[in-house]
Every structure is written in C-alpha cells, then in structure tokens.
Design a protein around this ligand. Structure first.
Ligand SMILES: Nc1ncnc2c1ncn2[C@@H]1O[C@H](COP(=O)(O)OP(=O)(O)OP(=O)(O)O)[C@@H](O)[C@H]1O
Length: 461
C-alpha cells in the first residue's frame, strides 16, 4: 500500500483518482492547491505525489522543486497534456519520477505506483545491504531489461564502457535526459572489480541546499534540529563501491567544496561529527550540459571538474541511434507485454517509420513510456499510429528545430503522393482534434463514415 497525495485543481480528477486509488488499497489525500499540497508534505510522509503541471497559482514544476527539498524521498509524478512532452522531459530532468499524460489510464497509474514502490524498496535494500555484496544474479536479471544496440554509435559507447570499467578512473557521462546515463554508470560498475559492492545513484537536482550535506556525508545525533539519531550518508553506504552523481551541476556550491575534500583526501566527516572516516568510493558523474561551460559560468568548481574529468563519454541521443531504433522498440514492446500481461505482437510498418523520423527529446525513457501506453491502448495484435501520442504522429508540426529548406527537401516529387500525404495529414489532424471520434471527424471533414473508415485504412491511421 502506498501513501499518495493528488494535487490537481480539477475537482473531478481529484475525486476520480481518490476513488480509484483507494479501491486499489492505497491511502489517498487530495488537494486543489499547490501550496496546500506542500503544507501536507511538511506534516506527513507521502510515497508518491501525482501533481498536475498546470495548477492555477503554482506550476507543477515549482511544487516538484519544493517537494524535493522538503522530502527528497517522495516520488513525484507530473500529470501533463499530450502536447507537453518538452515540459515532461524538463520535469524529469528536475527530479520527477515520471509523467502521465491525460486522459489518465487506470492501468498506467497502477503500473507507475508499482514501479515507484519497487524503486523505494530497492533503494532501501541497497542501502541496508551495504555490508552484503550485491548479488551477481540480481545484476544479471536487471541487465536483461537493457539493450546495448548494434549500431556504430552504440558499439563505440559500449567499447568505451568496457575500456574504462576495470580501471578506477572517475568518469563524466554526458548525454541528454533519458538517454541512459544512469544505466551506463551501472554498466561501468557491474563490469568493474567493485561489482559486488554497492552502487548508489544520487540525483543532485533533488538535494536541497540545507539537507545535501547530511544526505551525502551523514550526520551525528543532535547535529541540527530534528537530528534525533546518527545517520550514515550515501558516501558511507557506498563505501567500497560506486557512487553515481546525476546532474552534477545542480550540486549546491558549498557541497562541491566538501566533495572536493572527499575526492582529494578520501575522507569524510559527518555533519556535527568530530572524526574523519576513510572512504573508498569510485565516483561517476553525469551531466546534460558541458561541464567546461558550467565552470566558465561559475556554476561548477574548476578543481572538481579536473578531478572528475579522468575519462568522459557521451551517451548518444536516441535520434542518433537510428540503426537501433527498431530493436529498442521491440525490446520495450516485450517489456510492456510482460509488465501489463498483454500479447501485442508488433508494430505496423508506418509506426517504425514514424519512430525513425521522430526526434525523441526524452530519448529511451520517452520511447519506453510511449510504447507502454500504446500497448495499453492496443486493441489488436499490432501497434498502429492511432495509439501513439499526437506529437509523434504529427512530428512535423511539433518539430520546431527543422528549417523550411529541410522540410521542403523531404517533400515528395510525385503529385499523387503529395496529395495523399496532404490528405493523410488533414485526416490525422481532425481525428486528433475530435479525440478519434469517427462520427465527429467525418462530419467535420464533410465525408461519410465509410469513406473516412476506408481512408484511415488506406493511410494506416
Ligand atoms: N540500454 C537500455 N536499454 C533499455 N532501456 C534503457 C536503456 N538505457 C536506459 N533505458 C531506459 O530509459 C530510462 C532512462 O534511463 P536512465 O535513467 O539511465 O537515463 P538518464 O540519461 O540517466 O536520465 P536522466 O537524464 O533523466 O537522469 C530507464 O528507466 C530505462 O527504462
């Protein structure tokens, strides 16, 4: 059972979620306002918060930020509209556990809660098992959830991983949000001689300035108000193993000073402590911006940058791994079938073509979510374009990066083909506007339902 808070200024959504989640055995509180939600987080411990991105007085991104500083362990899932994928990517970068798109799908919510609770349990497990080696079997199983890819960029990436893994070098992993940086850090750990020791991942964006020191170095009893007992920090828990610091640029500047000391002297002192403790931890950091620029802009310490920059690698964006896109899609389809107990067999050709053309700003995470959702919505054996989000199907409309010349180059020379593409585009647009209600779409398009049906079949919509 999870303790869940729903923050949404739409009373219907609050009531609906409360009824549904309570029936599923969870303890649920709801509130219409971001501020009231934050007050609740200060007084109660929630496992998970569902928060609408577009609240009237306070945006979901601000609620997220504050929740992360009040209660870093509470997971936040942002509720967005379909076209808000860029926002979804941004909130994930800022520490959201995941996002769900409207209209909300019950199975998707249940699945998200299960994943959040699993993750909470496994974090506690990793910390608790500090003295016990992480079982090899466990690493093997989790690896089957990951695919390496066969394309040249993927091969280069894994070659770099196997080169650096056996060494004790610090590594900077660059890459866009959701590209798989944490997974690469884990691979480096599992291929290293530290594989039997803990791997601890920390999202630096989720650490508040006040709590970061105690979270990382631990504290002694009475170190500050509320420190009722001594507590080891994440570095102590990772002793002998690897620590992964995600979004390192977000680490508060004064915590960077403590980190430099730890890296130089291999010692740490708990907050409020009087003795130093020797620590042996390999550090892997990740960033989706160039750390040299962050140094120039004064956001990141230069000495720390040089310490970490013993080796760096870049996880390519999904759009740069075109030869692997179909394999990743099949892989996520298999995982989604397993998770949701479905038996969707494959994708219509046009779906793969659309995947190849789409820019995937949220990378592998976005693809995993898109396919999970499509599997949930699929009525037949195959995933069709109609179960994909609009921003993917209408990639062109949502693609603000391509120039007019680039778009013109892709225009067909054949007149019939051009007319067909234009027709398909209008059909998709109108269908999306009426949420795929065929009667309404036919009326809007000025054709009868049968013609619409035939055209949808013709264009694989
Ligand atoms: N090699 C892979 N094979 C299959 N799925 C993957 C792989 N790498 C990552 N994923 C999926 O993509 C999701 C995001 O991966 P990960 O957390 O490693 O990305 P990230 O770059 O660290 O993200 P962020 O920038 O948000 O921290 C994972 O939850 C996982 O489901």
């Amino acid at each position: 059972m999870a303790k869940i808070l729903v923050i949404d200024d739409n009373l219907d959504i609050c009531q609906l979620l409360k009824r549904f989640l309570t029936k599923k055995g969870h303890e649920v509180e709801t509130t219409l306002s971001g501020q009231e939600g934050l007050d609740k987080v200060k007084s109660q411990a929630f496992d998970l918060i569902f928060c609408d991105f577009k609240l009237r007085k306070m945006e979901g991104r601000d609620v997220l930020k504050q929740v992360k500083s009040i209660s870093p362990k509470t997971k936040v899932a942002i509720i967005t509209g379909y076209a808000d994928v860029k926002i979804a990517v941004e909130v994930i970068k800022n520490g959201a556990f995941d996002y769900v798109t409207k209209p909300l799908i019950p199975d998707e919510l249940v699945n998200l809660i299960d994943r959040a609770m699993d993750e909470n349990a496994s974090v506690t497990e990793t910390s608790k098992n500090k003295s016990k080696p992480v079982s090899k079997k466990k690493s093997g199983k989790s690896n089957s959830r990951f695919l390496k890819g066969k394309g040249p960029k993927s091969k280069k990436l894994y070659k770099e991983v196997s080169l650096v893994a056996p060494t004790d070098l610090s590594v900077i992993i660059y890459g866009e949000s959701g590209a798989g940086k944490e997974n690469i850090a884990r691979s480096i750990h599992t291929e290293s001689k530290r594989a039997d020791q803990p791997f601890i991942a920390i999202d630096c964006g989720a650490l508040s300035k006040e709590l970061a020191g105690s979270e990382l170095w631990g504290h002694e009893k009475g170190a500050f108000t509320g420190a009722n007992a001594a507590k080891p920090g994440q570095f102590e828990l990772a002793d002998g193993g690897t620590i992964f610091l995600d979004e390192i640029v977000n680490l508060p500047y004064d915590v960077q000073v403590g980190l430099l000391r730890l890296v130089q002297e291999k010692k740490l002192r708990r907050v409020g402590g009087t003795v130093d403790k020797a620590i042996d931890v390999r550090i892997i950091v990740a960033s989706n911006e160039d750390l040299r620029l962050a140094v120039k802009e004064g956001k990141f310490r230069e000495d720390l940058y040089h310490r970490f920059n013993e080796f760096s690698l870049t996880v390519p964006a999904l759009r740069e791994r075109k030869p692997d896109i179909e394999d990743f899609a099949q892989h996520f389809l298999k995982l989604a079938n397993e998770e949701l107990g479905k038996e969707v067999e494959g994708f219509r050709d046009k779906v793969i073509k659309t995947f190849l053309e789409y820019s995937w700003p949220g990378n592998l995470r976005e693809m995993r979510n898109v396919i999970r959702r499509a599997v949930l919505l699929a009525e037949g054996d195959e995933i069709t374009l109609s179960s994909l989000p609009q921003e993917i199907v209408f990639a062109e409309k949502f693609n603000f990066d391509r120039t007019e010349e680039e778009k013109a180059e892709e225009m067909p020379d054949d007149l019939k083909l051009a007319a067909a593409e234009a027709e398909a585009k209008v059909l998709r647009k109108v269908l999306a506007e009426v949420k795929y209600n065929r009667t309404k779409a036919a009326k809007k398009l000025g054709i009868d339902r049968k013609t619409l049906f035939n055209k949808m079949k013709e264009y694989d919509i």
